[in-house]
Design a protein around this ligand. Structure first.
Ligand code: FE2
Length: 307
């Protein structure tokens, strides 16, 4: 097995040599590479989903589902605690379709306290063309940010706003009881309001620049850009973002962040049986758009680990 790196101190790549099995990699090696480099890419091991189960268990088995997430994802393996999530889907003319649009760099579920610490992406089938998963180091992004935006984001938190009409919140929160849905939101650190037409409004406040789990570095890591990109579309009615004083995020700051991210972004070229582990407190991820709907990249989320 060969170990190389994506950037200076970010992102380890483990490349299989003939006869290597990913299941032979020790938990200590995984832990050390993850905590130092924020990402581990496993290439060429031709890993099966059964082997993938064995490997992900090495770091912790507190797997999460996508309840309260912003999209609809199919779940498999939940019964035996091996929750795997499909790529996000959308309903189009009554049919479930995979979402194929590009996604900017974001952290997973930073619009709720119930967020995963680790993300495992596993490639069943890559897209014929494009569809790369992208990643970026939140610590490096923060370092490059102008002092005035560092100061602004230190002073004001982000405010994630959701408005789910009757019929939608039931899907998102997987219940028909609005009080159960509200209870879930309150347990996730949100405040809620319900309209006369049974629309559920939620508000969640959190910093855009938290500390990483390992090393305690300040990182620009949040879910802002996926919400910003919806501005001006139909989805804006469902989901929007402001600073905590209600102001929009300054356009100039967004532009700077987009520029820094496009400079630091790394594309992961998928092959069947490859997988990647991300520290969701440091590594942001996204996706290049694609057309080939056979693309199948699964996600397993770990809520927390013991180290
Ligand atoms: Fe994501």
């Amino acid at each position: 097995m060969q170990t190389t790196f994506l950037q200076d101190d970010f992102g380890a790549i483990l490349t299989a040599e003939p006869g290597d099995k990913a299941t032979d990699i020790s938990p200590e090696t995984l832990q050390s590479l993850l905590t130092k480099h924020g990402t581990i890419l496993f290439q060429g091991f031709n890993t099966t989903t059964e082997e993938f189960d064995v490997i992900t268990d090495k770091l912790g088995t507190d797997y999460m589902n996508y309840k309260g997430g912003g999209y609809v994802r199919k779940t498999t393996g939940e019964e035996d605690g091996k929750t795997m999530l499909s790529t996000s889907t959308t309903l189009e003319k009554g049919k479930i379709k995979p979402m194929t649009m590009p996604l900017p760099l974001h952290a997973e579920m930073f619009y709720t306290d119930k967020r995963p610490l680790l993300l495992w992406f596993y490639c069943v089938t890559p897209a014929e063309k494009d569809g790369q998963t992208t990643i970026g180091d939140g610590v490096a992004i923060y370092k490059r940010l102008s002092q005035k935006w560092k100061d602004l984001l230190a002073e004001k938190r982000l405010m994630y706003l959701r408005s789910y009409p009757d019929g939608i919140w039931q899907n998102i929160y997987q219940t028909d009881d609005i009080e159960v849905a509200r209870g879930f939101c309150h347990d996730s650190g949100m405040t809620t309001e319900v309209d006369a037409d049974n629309t559920l409004h939620t508000t969640y406040l959190t910093t855009a620049i938290p500390k990483t789990r390992w090393g305690g570095h300040t990182a620009y890591i949040n879910s802002a850009m996926t919400v910003v990109m919806q501005e001006g579309t139909d989805r804006e009615k469902l989901s929007s973002i402001r600073l905590e004083d209600g102001e929009r995020l300054p356009r100039e700051m967004i532009k700077e962040i987009v520029d820094i991210q496009s400079d630091l972004i790394i594309e992961l070229e998928w092959q069947s049986g490859d997988f990647v582990l991300l520290d969701n407190s440091r590594t942001m991820h996204g996706r290049r758009g694609f057309e080939d709907t056979r693309r199948n990249v699964l996600l397993r989320m770990v809520r927390d680990v013991a180290f």
